[in-house]
Write a protein that binds this ligand. Sequence first.
Ligand code: SAH
Ligand code: DHB
Ligand code: MG
Length: 222
Amino acid sequence: MTQALWTAVDDYLCQHLVTEDDALTQALHDSRAAGLPDIAVAPNQGKMLNLFARLIGAKRILEIGTLGGYSTIWLARALPEDGRLVTCEYNPKHADVAERNIARAGLAKKVEIRIGPALHSLPLLQAQEHPPFDLVFIDADKQNNANYVQWALKLTRPGSLIIVDNVVRGGRVIDADSQDEMVDGVRRMNELLAAEPRLDATAIQTVGTKGYDGFALALVRA
Ligand code: SAH
Ligand code: DHB
Ligand code: MG
């Protein structure tokens, strides 16, 4: 069972279940053309994010890690007319590509990109008394995953959903002695998810076009 098979099955699933329109296809195309890394969520993962947001009736979404706005578009499309999404991105070039992709998708009114390190933008959201987010998607520098979960707790309400991408990293997550600080970041976050009484969490391994990885889901408890 190899990457070739995972990719072929993803192609099959996406052909049947996930229609990517021009705005999404163009977003990926322009991201690549601008030299952004090819690390956006897969189409079926994007659709999953969209379904989660609709399942919980999310009106306010926070994303940490915009890249070219691909996952942003999937998430923002789940919002009602008065819904809003804030997405944090520290690389201005990524933010610039994302801004154009989001505008082309007709979502400029719903999406605000906050440029800068997320650990700067998140305290500002709190200081500005931003109303609680219903869904937080964490997908930036994995070293800070535990910090981002702590911030997500400050910026959500009981019943909110936190989703974290890339929590398996090809299986390297089980290496307690890993020298990879991304792996270490994911492990420290998992310890927090387990220890934090305000969260009820699980994690799921995935295979597909993006390799072998996984995502965590955490519900903010009442
Ligand atoms: N969510 C995107 C992929 C994000 S890739 C998608 O699926 O389409 C991770 C992004 O996080 C990159 O664009 C990177 O520049 C950004 N990033 C890394 N460190 C960051 C930080 N400290 N604050 C904000 N963004 C950061
Ligand atoms: C990386 C980051 C991601 O968000 C992702 O989905 C895959 C890989 C990375 O930094 O390697
Ligand atoms: Mg990711």
